[in-house]
Write a protein that binds this ligand. Structure first.
Ligand SMILES: C[S@@+](CC[C@H](N)C(=O)[O-])C[C@H]1O[C@@H](n2cnc3c(N)ncnc32)[C@H](O)[C@@H]1O
Length: 238
C-alpha cells in the first residue's frame, strides 16, 4: 500500500501536477489502498507524460496503459495509445482491448469535459476489476461558466445539469436503492438514464467518494451483489 509521503515524493520527482498543483496525495493513499500493484493501470490523458514516471515509481510491477487524442508511444512497462474520449466508438474499442488486461484502477485525466468524463465512465467502468477504483480528476471544469479547456467550451456551473458533481451525486441514492419504493426506484432509474448513465454499468458501483477536484468510484466485489439483490428487511416501512 502506498503512503501519502511516497505519493508526494513521486509527484515532485516526476513533476506531475497531480501533486504540484492539485494535491491529490491528500486522497490517493486512501483511494488506492486496495490496489496491490500487480494489475494494470489505465490513464486517460498524456499531457507531457509526467504521470508515467509517477505511476511507475509508485507501482513498478504494474503495466500502464495511457490514452490520448493524438499521442502514440511505447516504453518500459507502459504504452500510450490513441483514443479520443469524446468518441463512443473509440472508447468502446479501447474497452475491448482492455478486456483481458486485468485493470486495477482507472484515472480520467483527459479533456476534463463533463460529457466526456461521463461517456468514458460508461464505457470503461465495466473493464475494471471487481474491487477496483475509477478516479475522475479535475472536475473543476464542471464549475466553469465560460472559457475553454483543450479547445472545448466550458459553459457549465453549479446549477448546470451537465455538472459531473451534480450527476454523480444522484449515485448517493442509487447506492441506497434497497431502501426505495418501486416507484421511487423507477423515478431514479429514469433520472439516471436521462442524465446519460448506463444503468448496467451502475449495478457494480459500491461507493462514490467526493474530494477536492476529484471523484472516486469503487467497484464492488462479485460477492457484494447479494446486498443489492435481497428483499429489504424493513420493506413495510417504505
Ligand atoms: C492534463 S493532461 C494529462 C496530464 C497527465 N495525465 C499527467 O498527469 O501528467 C490532459 C491530456 O488530455 C488530452 N485530451 C484532451 N482532450 C482529449 C480527448 N477528447 N480524448 C483524449 N485525450 C484528450 C490532452 O491532449 C492532454 O494531453
Amino acid at each position: 500500500m502506498i503512503t501519502r509521503p511516497e505519493i508526494e515524493a513521486a509527484g515532485i520527482a516526476s513533476g506531475t501536477d497531480k501533486v504540484t498543483q492539485h494535491g491529490y496525495q491528500r486522497f490517493y493513499a486512501q483511494f488506492l489502498s486496495e490496489f496491490d500493484g500487480n494489475d494494470s493501470i489505465v490513464e486517460i490523458g498524456f499531457g507531457k507524460g509526467n504521470s508515467i514516471p509517477f505511476w511507475k515509481m509508485l507501482y513498478p510491477s504494474a503495466f500502464l496503459y495511457v490514452v490520448d487524442k493524438n499521442v502514440v508511444a511505447k516504453g518500459d512497462g507502459f504504452e500510450v495509445m490513441r483514443c479520443d474520449q469524446s468518441s463512443k466508438d473509440q472508447l468502446a474499442s479501447f474497452a475491448s482491448f482492455l478486456c483481458d488486461k486485468s485493470v486495477g484502477f482507472i484515472i480520467d485525466d483527459g479533456s476534463h469535459i463533463p460529457e466526456h468524463q461521463l461517456l468514458t465512465f460508461n464505457n470503461l467502468f465495466g473493464v475494471l476489476n471487481s474491487g477496483g477504483v475509477y478516479i475522475i480528476e479535475d472536475i473543476e471544469c464542471s464549475y466553469w461558466k465560460r472559457g475553454t479547456c483543450y479547445g472545448y467550451p466550458t459553459e457549465y456551473g453549479l446549477e448546470s445539469s451537465k455538472s459531473l458533481i451534480r450527476q454523480f451525486l444522484q449515485l448517493s441514492n442509487w447506492i441506497n436503492r434497497e431502501f426505495l419504493s418501486s416507484s421511487e426506484l423507477n423515478d431514479l432509474k429514469n433520472s439516471l438514464e436521462d442524465t446519460g448513465f448506463n444503468l448496467n454499468v451502475l449495478t457494480d458501483v459500491a461507493s462514490v467518494s467526493f474530494a477536492h477536484n476529484c471523484v472516486a468510484i469503487r467497484k464492488g466485489l462479485l460477492s457484494d451483489q447479494t446486498y443489492s439483490s435481497r428483499p429489504y428487511l424493513h420493506s413495510d416501512r417504505i
